[in-house]
Ligand binder design. Sequence first.
Ligand code: HEM
Length: 224
Amino acid sequence: MNLADELLYTVYPYLCLTVFVVGHAYRYVTDRFGWNARSSEFLEKKSLWAGSTLFHWGMLGTLGGHAGGLLIPQAWFDRVGFDARAHMAVAYWSGLAVGIAALAGVLLLLRRRLTDRRVRAAGSMNDRVTLGALTLVIAVGLFNVVFGHYNVLDTLAPWIRGIVTFTPEAALMGPVPVSYKVHVLTALALLAYSPFSRLVHIWSAPVTYFVRAPLVFRRRVPEA
Ligand code: HEM
């Protein structure tokens, strides 16, 4: 057993995931009024709209792709005639599309945070670290899509499934290229950091918005 691999790919992931779960509970209990996306739309709208739209759609596609492509075993896809070759091709083209959108969006958001005088003054170091960390994780992920061409289905994917089913197997990560390891390790660090940032808003997506009773607005009628 390689001790470094065991520490990096068994101990470290569970450490990050524990901070993620306990951190969210702690933040929810201690800072309920601060649990939001901390919108800055009233300070600057134009580049927020472009950056945020590209980033959020790219990011939601990326998360969906990671969940579907890595958590579902290839054997299940084989049963419905979707072989590893087809899986890797779909992962490549869809990863490219959502990855480019997410990276372009986060770069626009980062530029806005750093260069718009009002947004910068109202923002905090925490906001800049969050966007900086997202940029790093997304950029390395996209680098892997474009230049990696590594089949993750037999190593990285079963390793992740081992983590979520509490049967970790660090040795699976041995042959994985270093840029994929950097992506995994930085993404786990971001997960651990997220409860202490504005990223908590992800868990309060207003899904009931679509089925709620409509709000009725009436024009104010001046008194006779
Ligand atoms: C679940 C669905 C989501 C909803 C409904 C949502 C909604 C929002 C809203 C309303 C804002 C504020 C924009 C403004 O300033 O007015 C925001 C900002 C932000 N969101 Fe989300 N979000 C979601 C998912 C995500 C995900 C998955 C991530 C990243 C993993 C993310 C990262 C961010 C970041 C970094 C900002 C700050 C942008 C900035 O002001 O620089 N969001 N989101």
